[in-house]
Structure formats: structure tokens, C-alpha cells
Design a protein around this ligand. Structure first.
Ligand code: HSE
Length: 418
């Protein structure tokens, strides 16, 4: 009897009936991964899709076009939300929780834009929303941030948070493909968002960074607070500069805790070819966590694609069989660190000759170079200035290899009275 009880404690006890929303790249990935994985007590009961005319790989009986067929089905205890539209996704999640169902989702935009509400809804309805697949695909980062790094000793989290742009940059550098050709490759392979500007302009990694910040520092931000600079303006002259100086270019998402504040930024950066991030290629992502005592740790894995993301979604489903919930410990116990863009970074900017940029725009101007029809300038700039330059079509901004993100100290009042 004692043995029997013991055994039960270690066996997942719940049988999950899943109602899935969306059957695109990740939905189909989940279907296959679930089919191949024995030992997970979960089965798909219904899949809600939008397009009635699309040819499907499964029998039509499993599909519905009415979300209520799933949301009001008492037998379904877990909603797996894998659709594109973040607003529609949030409505589904809200109703699912209100109807007593747990949720697994990979929708980074929806989570990033609604984190405080999603946190409150989980408390109110005593249900779980898990979203490991939303940040860096197959890399198990969120549960690690929640469980392993459950104290406040992390000083920074940074890395490659977008598979499509990493794939594009790899193809441009290694195979000398054009930007357009490389982007098409990322789209054909199912890595890119249906609106690929979310990838190339750095919005997608910013959504992921916003989520990671909540689980790293216990701070809920709105994505629009974080500045995102993309790869779409990188010019041939930048590629030449990188090659001549033995750099790769990577789109890096980063957040630091400094001077009691949180700073964050998504921007391309020149990375020395012998740096660990330079060896992260194609759709692979990397997350570097730095702590006060453990120092640097690195996670690398596929950040996009049907099966890798499907496997993260499946891992969340499996976690639900053990009633797993994010506790948001750092948020719940946190000091509510303020977020700030009052910082400077070192950059290399390139632009056609005759543009409006001048050395005076820099806090510290470190040098310039003029080619036949373009110019480079390097130096230290305020983040707010980068945000303005980012709006200008012909200015390409790439962080220097040593970006030196430093808080701008407020004017020391004491000095005024000295
Ligand atoms: N478009 C995303 C990427 C998909 O390329 O990383 C995975 O979140």
C-alpha cells in the first residue's frame, strides 16, 4: 500500500484533453511531436482553424471553425493557443481561463503585450498559462529562470532571440546571399512571422525579451518601452566593414540590472568571430545568463521551426500533467525595479554622404571614415538618440563590439550647491 502511494506520487496523474487553436507551422509540429512522444498523457480532441478551404493533413472530423466548440467543451481541460493574431489569441486565453481551462501558448506578442492581465487572470481563476515556446523556441529558458534562478542574483540576460534574422545574417555572411533571397529562405522554412517586418525590425525578439525580463528581474514592461533596432538597414558597406575587421553581425536582445534599474535594448551588433555568439548560426538562438556568483551560463538551441517550437509546447503540456504553474516569484516578492532608457552605448553608424548626422550628435565622438559615397561614424550615443536615428531610412545603426551600456547619471544636485 505504502509502495502504491509512493508510486502514485511520481506518476503524472492527469489525463489531458487538448483543444488546439491554429494548425500552422507550430500546430502541426506539436501534432507530430505529440504523436511520437509516448508517455505523455495528453490527446488532442479538437482543432479550431480559420480557413475552411485549406487542405489538411488530418481527417476533417477533428477540425472545427467555431471557437466555442472548444471553449465550452467541459471535457477539454487545456487550451493550446497557436494562432497568429495576438488580439484574438488574448480573447481566447481570457475565455479559456474564465471557463476553468489551463492554457499553453507560443504567442510571444500576446504574452508580452498582456503580461500583467495574464498574471492577474491566472491568480483569479486559479489556472495556469505556460508559454515556454514563446521565447527562443526549443530553449528551456523560462522554467529555468523561474525555478533554478529563483533569486535576484541575475545581473543580465542577453542573446540571439530571433531565428529568422539569425538565419538571414548567416546566409548573407557565409553564402553571400542577398537580403531578399535569405529572407525568402526564412519564410519558406516557416521561421519568419507572417509579417516578416516583425522579425527584421526587431519587434519579435523584443516581445521575447519583454517576457524574459518578467521572469529574470520580476519587472512587467510594455514592449514599447524597449527600443528595437532591426537588421533591415544593414548596408553592403557594413558587411564589408565586418569582414575586414573579423566580425559577424548578430541581432542581440539584452537586459541588464544596473544601479538599481533595468535597461534593455534590441539591436544588431558587430561580434568578433571568436566570440561564442558568432558561432550560433542559422535559426539557432542563444541565451547568456550572467549572475553575481555563477557568472556566465549559456543556452543554445533552435529558436524557430515547427518541431523545435512544438517540442517546447509539448513540454509545457507535460508540465501541466504535474499541475505546474509559473509563480512569478521575483515579481511577487520584487522591489519593482524601475525601467530606464537613460543610458549610452557605443555604436558604429553608416549613412550616405551628406546626411544630417554630425559628430556633435555623439556624447563622445570616437572617429569617422568617408568612402566615395558613404560615411561611418563611431562613438558613444544616448539610447534616445538611437531611437530617433532608427526612424531615418538611410542610417544604419550597429552596436560596437564592446557596446559599453552605461546609465546616464542624473545631474548630481549636491554639485550645484557645492
Ligand atoms: N519568427 C520567429 C523567429 C519564430 O524567427 O524567431 C519563433 O518565435
Amino acid at each position: 500500500m505504502a509502495q502504491e502511494e509512493n508510486k502514485n506520487q511520481h506518476t503524472p496523474h492527469k489525463k489531458l484533453k487538448l483543444g488546439v487553436f491554429g494548425f500552422g507551422c507550430v500546430g502541426q509540429g506539436l501534432y507530430h511531436v505529440l504523436n511520437e512522444t509516448h508517455g505523455i498523457k495528453a490527446e488532442i480532441k479538437k482543432i479550431c482553424v480559420k480557413n475552411r478551404d485549406k487542405k489538411r493533413i488530418l481527417d476533417s472530423a477533428i477540425f472545427t471553425y467555431d471557437k466555442n466548440d472548444i471553449l465550452t467543451d467541459n471535457e477539454i481541460n487545456v487550451i493550446v493557443e497557436l494562432i497568429d493574431d495576438a488580439n484574438a489569441a488574448f480573447e481566447i486565453v481570457k475565455t479559456a481561463l474564465q471557463n476553468g481551462k489551463h492554457v499553453v501558448t507560443a504567442n510571444k506578442r500576446m504574452i508580452a503585450e498582456h503580461l500583467p492581465e495574464i498574471y492577474a487572470l491566472q491568480q483569479k481563476h486559479n489556472r495556469s498559462v505556460l508559454y515556454e515556446g514563446s521565447v527562443c523556441g526549443s530553449i528551456p529558458i523560462l522554467r529555468n529562470l523561474e525555478e533554478y534562478y529563483d533569486n535576484d542574483l541575475i545581473t543580465s540576460i542577453e542573446g540571439i532571440f530571433n531565428g529568422s534574422t539569425n538565419y538571414i545574417l548567416t546566409k548573407i555572411f557565409e553564402e553571400r546571399k542577398s537580403y531578399t533571397e535569405a529572407l525568402k529562405g526564412a519564410q519558406d522554412l516557416g521561421f519568419a512571422e507572417s509579417d516578416p517586418s516583425l522579425d527584421v525590425k526587431g519587434f519579435d525578439p523584443k516581445f521575447k525579451l519583454t517576457i524574459a525580463i518578467a521572469h529574470t528581474f520580476g519587472v512587467f514592461l510594455k514592449p514599447e518601452q524597449v527600443i528595437n533596432i532591426g537588421i533591415q538597414k544593414i548596408a553592403a558597406t557594413d558587411l564589408k566593414y565586418a569582414r575586414e575587421n573579423n566580425y559577424a553581425i548578430k541581432l542581440v536582445a539584452r537586459a541588464y540590472k544596473k544601479n538599481g534599474k533595468v535597461f534593455a535594448l534590441v539591436a544588431p551588433q558587430f561580434i568578433p568571430t571568436d566570440h561564442m555568439l558568432a558561432s550560433v548560426r542559422n535559426e539557432y538562438n542563444a541565451v547568456l545568463v550572467e549572475g553575481a556568483f555563477a557568472e556566465k551560463q549559456v543556452f543554445i538551441g533552435k529558436g524557430a521551426g515547427s518541431y523545435p517550437t512544438g517540442s517546447a509546447v509539448l513540454s509545457d503540456i507535460s508540465a501541466l500533467t504535474y499541475d505546474y504553474r509559473y509563480e512569478y516569484k521575483k515579481y511577487a516578492q520584487g522591489e519593482g525595479l524601475p525601467f530606464s532608457n537613460e543610458a549610452t552605448v557605443d555604436v558604429v553608424v553608416s549613412f550616405p554622404k551628406g546626411s544630417l548626422l554630425s559628430p556633435k550628435d555623439f556624447e563622445t565622438f570616437k572617429g569617422g571614415y568617408q568612402g566615395n559615397d558613404y560615411q561611418f561614424m563611431t562613438g558613444t550615443v544616448k539610447l534616445e538618440k538611437l531611437k530617433i536615428w532608427n526612424e531615418w531610412d538611410d542610417v544604419s545603426i550597429i552596436l560596437a563590439p564592446e557596446l559599453n551600456l552605461n546609465p546616464v547619471e542624473e545631474t548630481k544636485k549636491e554639485l550645484l550647491f557645492a
